[in-house]
Structures are given as C-alpha cells and as structure tokens.
Design a protein around this ligand. Structure first.
Ligand code: RNT
Ligand code: ZN
Length: 423
C-alpha cells in the first residue's frame, strides 16, 4: 500500500496534469505562493489586550466576545502561541504588532513615552525566525481615548498626547524595519467618531488632517518604514459619524502618497472590496489589506474561505499587484481556541491566494480580448471544479507542515500541554 506521502504526491501529479491542460503552471504558482508573507496579527492571541500597565478596558468600539480558556497573559506566552501558529502554516510570514504589546517590565510607560527598546524582545524573537514585523500605534483602550476621540480631539492637550504617540510609533517602526532589514508597515487606525448626529462634521476632519501631517512630517527611510492609514465605515459608539471615513483617507493617502489600508470589514456589506484594489492602486503607491470577515455588526470574524476572500486574492493576482500589496489579518475571536482561530484564518487566506494563482489567467485574458464573453464565463465556472485540494496538500507537505485535517490535532496538543495550564 502507498504511504501517505506517496498518496499525496500521486494525487498532486494527477491534479497538476489537469491544470497543465488549462495552461496553468502549478510549480510556478507554488513558488509565488511561497514568496507571499502574511502579517499575523498579535492581537488574536489575547483578545486585543496588550501588556501595558497604564491602559483602559478594550475601547474604540472594538469588542471581543467569548471566554475560551487559555489566552496569553504575557509576551512570552503570546510568542509561544505564535510559534505554534507558525509551525502550522506553510511559507514564511510576518508579525503584526500593536504598540500596546510593548514589554515595560512593570513600569508605567505611557503611550507618548514608548521607545524602540520596549519592543526589543519582539525584534529579537523575529530576528531569530528571520521574520519581518509590522507595527500599529494603539489609539484605544486608554484613559485619554475614553470619550471616543484621539487625533481629532477638540482638546489640544489630548490631541498633542496622541500626536506624540504617533511620532513615537513611527520611530519604533523605523527601528524595527532597520534591525530586521525589511520595511515595517506602520498602520494608523483611530476610533474617532460620534454615536449620533454631529453638528459639525468638518472641524474634526480638519484636525485629523493636521494631526496626521504633524505625525508624518519627519521623513523616514522607505526601506525601514512604510506609512499606512486605515478608514472605517462605523464602529460601536461611532455609528453615525467616523472622522476617518473612506473618502477622508482616500483623499489623504492620494494627496500625501501614503499607503491606504483596506480592511475587508470596514465597508458597507454590499460594497465590493476586491473591486477597490485596482482603483486605489492607480493613485497610491502601495496598499495594506486587513483581511477580515464582517458579520452583521461585527467587522472582525475569523477569516474563512469565502467568495469575498477569493475575489480579493483573484484581484491581487489578476492585476499583478502582489509586489505592491501588503497582506495582514485582522480579526479576534475569544469563543474558540485562539491558536486555531489564527491558523484557520491564515490558512484560508493562503488557500485563496493559491486558488487565484492556479487560475487559467492567460486563457481568460485571451477570451476577453477576443470579446468571447460566453467562453470567459464558462471557463471561470469550470475552473471552480479543478482539483485544487491535492495541490494545497502537496504544498503543505513540501513546506513541512500538516495537511488539511491534520493541524487541529497539533493545536489540541498545545492546548493540553500549554493553554490549559494558564489559569
Ligand atoms: C479597527 C481596525 C484596526 C484594529 C486593530 C486592532 O476597526 O480594523 O485595524 O482592528 O488595529
Ligand atoms: Zn483593521
């Protein structure tokens, strides 16, 4: 009888033939896939908690539901969980760190005082693993953000505090990028907005633009840091008005040539995020994707392989945008095993990318240029039943990580040996 590995290889070789018949080069698809890093969001591991001594309860309209046992309580624990996640993902990935995850040794270091040294533990950890790190200032869960305003605050002192936080975070991002020799995408999201009808929509936006200009005033080397801004449609407590709306940040990013972050959960449900990519990239140099899954009021469910996710991945490949797009995850779920949630979302995203890379793109383009829209639609539909599973299994095996159906066992072992001891 064939061993498991041989069975995977046999299935792979049959599947590859089917793709070859459609003009698809499977080997080159796998090579491209292996070169795409996903930035793993640290905040899935502890419900967006962080390790500061000065902080408030989770705020900014973010909400995590569930109380699954075993959440990480320290940077060491979070890193142990991330190591487990990394071992279950094919490819080489990045870490996406929030400023609230600095290591402060019990000292009350406020957000306008943080320094690169508070993140050295993370930098060293990443260096050992030859990983890059991306960074995010934290504009929520803090006494000075408790009324829902930060960079657009009408109080000068509070605004100053948050501008200083932004300036510090860019310095930290640049130091991270310098030490790890890969640019650190530093993404700004703020919660500012009103639950109910504002009397003045204009002034907060003027203040936000001014605050951002001050934060970005210092030129920092592009090989160390890439600045990004993230719009949102609404949040809990900012249902009627969000200062940093999509129009605001699109205009800001275009006029300042910054990166724009498209978070899949930050749009009206009938909007097509995939369709935005080629429009936005016409006018900004690069974009950041926060891959997420919106469900009713929540914009942060665990990512699964949905049509929407597939459409996003297809756009990256069809538009040949992979070099100009940075991909990160953004969700948080405390109702299931947090390590499994990380792995599930990251693997779903990798599968979507592989599916997109395995499209018979040459034939599709050819049909389109011949205006044979009938055959284009038929081929798109037929592509859906090509044998994708064996290619994905082979890729996982090639990258020394568990195939589908096998990784959860390893998460369970980690749960018994590590998570269940965290009481
Ligand atoms: C919030 C934004 C933001 C956060 C993280 C924690 O709606 O999506 O990206 O999720 O910064
Ligand atoms: Zn986001």
């Amino acid at each position: 009888m064939a061993t498991k590995n041989e069975a995977i290889e046999r299935a792979f070789s049959l599947a590859s033939e089917r793709y070859a018949e459609q003009g698809v080069n499977v080997a080159s698809a796998l090579k491209t896939l292996a070169s795409i890093p996903i930035s793993l969001h640290c905040w899935q591991g502890d419900d967006v908690g962080g390790f500061e001594t000065i902080r408030g309860a989770l705020g900014g309209g973010l909400a995590v539901t569930g109380n699954y046992p075993g959440k990480a309580r320290s940077a060491e624990e979070l890193r142990a969980d991330l190591d487990k996640v990394l071992s279950l993902l094919p490819g080489r990935h990045r870490l996406n760190l929030h400023a609230s995850y600095g290591e402060f040794a019990g000292q009350p270091v406020d957000r306008d005082q943080i320094e690169p040294r508070h993140f050295q533990g993370w930098i060293d950890w990443a260096k050992e693993r030859r990983m890059g790190i991306d960074f995010n200032p934290t504009y929520f869960s803090h006494p000075k953000a408790c009324d829902g305003f930060t960079l657009a605050h009408s109080n000068k002192k509070i605004r100053r505090f948050w501008i200083d936080h932004g300036i510090r975070c860019r310095e930290i991002g640049a130091e991270i990028g310098k030490q790890l020799e890969t640019p650190c995408v530093t993404n700004f999201w703020i919660p500012d907005g009103y639950k109910d009808t504002p009397a003045d929509r204009k002034s907060p936006r003027e203040r936000l633009a001014e605050s951002l200009d001050e934060i970005f005033a210092k030129l920092l080397p592009g090989k160390h840091i890439l600045d990004s801004v993230e719009p949102k449609l609404f949040g809990l407590g900012s249902e009627t008005y969000v200062v940093g709306s999509y129009d605001f940040y699109f205009g800001y990013a275009v006029s300042r040539q910054k990166m724009l972050c498209l978070d899949a959960g930050h749009f009206h449900p009938t909007e097509n995020v995939a369709d935005k990519i080629s429009s936005v990239l016409e006018f900004v140099p690069e974009i950041l994707l926060h891959v997420s899954r919106g469900v009713r009021w929540d914009s942060d469910h665990v990512v699964t392989l949905t049509d929407e996710l597939e459409a996003i991945a297809q756009e990256l490949v069809r538009g040949r945008f992979l070099k100009r797009v940075h991909i990160g995850l953004d969700y948080f779920d405390a109702s299931i095993n947090r390590v499994a949630a990380w792995v599930l979302g990251a693997r779903a995203l990798l599968k979507a990318l592989l599916l997109a890379l395995l499209e018979p793109s040459e034939r599709l383009r050819q049909l389109e240029s011949q205006n044979d829209l009938t055959a284009r639609l038929v081929l798109l539909e037929e592509t859906k039943t090509l044998p994708f599973g064996p290619i994905w299994d082979y890729y996982c095996q090639q990258q020394n990580c568990p195939v589908e159906g096998k990784w959860l066992e390893q998460v369970r072992c980690h749960e018994t040996a590590v998570l269940s001891k965290r009481i």
